[in-house]
Design a protein around this ligand. Sequence first.
Ligand code: ADP
Ligand code: MG
Length: 350
Amino acid sequence: PAGSAEPRIVQLEEAVVNRIAAGEVVVRPANALKELMENSLDAGSTRIAILAKAGGLKMLRIEDDGHGIRADDLPILCERFTTSKLRKYEDLSSIGTFGFRGEALASISHVAHVTVTTMTGSDECARVAQYSESKMLGPARPCAGTRGTTIVVEEMFYNNPTRKQALSKESIEHAKVLEVVQRYAIHYPKVGFSCRKNSSSVSELTTVGGADVTAQAVISTIYGQNLARELFPFSVASEDPKFSCTGFASSPNYTSRSLTLILFINNRLVECTPFKRAIEAVYQSVLPRHQHPWVYLALQVDPAAIDVNVHPTKMEVQFLHEETIAQKLQETLLAQLQNMGGSRTFISTL
Ligand code: ADP
Ligand code: MG
């Protein structure tokens, strides 16, 4: 019969669906790390220590001192769509946490081996549990520990050799891991971050955390005085459209071969191409050709103006009044740069 050549539609097996979905959420170790650090921040941690082996592919360990996970919740921790942060769809418009969809740990458990050690403030001892493909492997075992959570992710993409091969060199993966930590460390100066590579006892990054630590101090710790002394603070705000924005930008005396834009919108680390262009355009008038600035920008917009329910790896965001906000930012930066830009023009004409 003629119809027999047409392909049949069948429902994919759950394991296949999960593995496909996981591969979209966790593209590389740095994505997994971002999710895990956001969980630690959601848990109110004041200290987050990261260890990465082989660019995070062999092992990623995130240790925090947050509120911990209840022992009763451990069996479903890595199931898809299990979360403590969202109860109904309407809550999304006012959500204050990074997470809400309960997909990160599930995804990670589909591409790697996951071990969780955790203890809440009211627990007598810590518990350790292992996970694979969303499932807890055997019951959680009691162990020694302190309040907080340590998550160890091992052999990432052990079940996906193509992905593993397609990834950059370990050194590049490590650089991406470190970059995520640096950026969160700047935006959360009161949290103490550390990042260590392999079994080296020396941290590549250490911030002390605490109530008096400022973003500027952290930038100086991470990038050194040469950048820090060339930064000036800026802030812009408006009622209509409602937004406020603060940050640090490099003076015309600082130049780099590529642009660094560290952008947080409503405390999420994001990418926004129109903002990148707007900033490059401002600096074009004060920097030599092919030279670029360094800018850290923390923008707060009305939560209703930005859709948080985009795919977790979609770091590129869109929001209402993007152009107006970019324009106001440009005006502020340009005015400040022109004020200090004089010295450069003066020196270069000597
Ligand atoms: P989501 O963050 O979207 O809720 P996740 O898969 O990232 O989903 O985490 C699932 C749940 O596990 C969280 O809702 C939270 O209750 C708990 N959790 C994960 N990591 C931590 C942590 N470091 N400290 C405390 N609780 C955590
Ligand atoms: Mg999460």
